[in-house]
Design a protein. Structure first.
Length: 293
């Protein structure tokens, strides 16, 4: 009986020892599994965190490119190409499930390219600002020059008009008288139409130092009381205007005062008022009237 009890006790101890060993083994296994799980979780957390950081950095690159492209400089095509590279890398990273460390070098290269391109773009913008400023200054200068030239042209036109006006000859002291011509040739003044044989017409061309010297021609028109043009009754056309005149006076003008006197012979002069006009081509430069009884 005692032997049986001793055997049972020994067996129980063995079982307890085995269970203890199994328990320790289980605890060790559970600990290892727990550590492995923590390691995997840590790796996953680190991987996700790094992925987010890279994506954030790439988003900043894209934003920088978008802003530079919106400025529409001559580098827009190059900037768009680089921006597309950034977008493609973001797509690749978002699809990846493993380590994104391999994408870090690509990001760094893109970042380096971005710095170079943005610096060039900023340089172009500064040059454009300078050129725009110079262009605006040139436009202002040209505008001022144009205004100044317009003023000069206006002044020159006014001066030309003044000179042209001042250079015109002035006909003064126009007088007309009727005379009876005796057989001896002596002329006797008369105001009787029946006695008149000749009308003497005289006038003065005033001195003008700025007028053009040379041969001058004046057309004299004498109209009697019956509205008839006396004398040659010839016609001349000036700028669609037809002038019927009595005779022509040719004068050699040398910028000094010239006295002009011409006779218009006739017979059977009508009684009444006569009108005498002097024309420089189609321009009336002097006129007078007289009466024969």
């Amino acid at each position: 009986m005692e032997d049986q009890q001793r055997n049972a006790s020994s067996s129980l101890k063995v079982i307890i020892a085995i269970l203890a060993i199994l328990l320790v083994g289980s605890l060790v296994y559970i600990y290892k599994i727990s550590n492995d799980a923590k390691t995997v979780q840590t790796e996953l957390t680190r991987s996700v965190s790094e992925k987010d950081m890279v994506m954030k950095d790439l988003q900043q690159l894209k934003t920088t490119y978008d802003a530079a492209i919106a400025e529409n400089t001559s580098m827009s095509d190059e900037l768009i190409k680089e921006r597309d590279k950034v977008v493609n890398l973001m797509s690749d990273i978002s699809k990846s499930k493993g380590d994104v460390a391999k994408y870090r070098s690509q990001y760094q290269k893109l970042q380096s390219n971005m710095k170079v391109l943005i610096a060039e773009n900023e340089g172009l913008k500064r040059e454009n600002v300078t050129l725009a400023s110079q262009r605006d200054s040139t436009v202002v200068v040209l505008g001022e020059s144009k205004k100044y030239n317009e003023v000069l042209v206006g002044q020159n036109e006014e001066l030309s008009k003044t000179v042209e006006k001042g250079s015109k000859l002035t006909v003064l002291n126009m007088q007309t008288s009727a005379y009876k011509v005796r057989s001896s040739g002596k002329q006797i003044a008369t105001d009787k139409a029946g006695r008149a044989d000749v009308l003497k017409i005289s006038f003065t061309i005033a001195e003008n130092q700025i007028a053009k010297s040379g041969d001058k021609q004046y057309y004299v028109q004498v109209i009697d009381s019956k509205n008839n043009v006396l004398g040659d009754k010839k016609t001349e056309t000036f700028d669609d205007i037809t002038l019927t005149y009595s005779f022509v006076v040719n004068v050699k003008y040398e910028n000094k005062t010239v006295q002009v006197s011409e006779d218009l012979r006739g017979k059977d002069f009508a009684k009444g008022t006569y009108y005498v006009n002097v024309f420089d081509k189609n321009e009336l430069v002097s006129k007078t009237s007289f009466t024969l009884k």
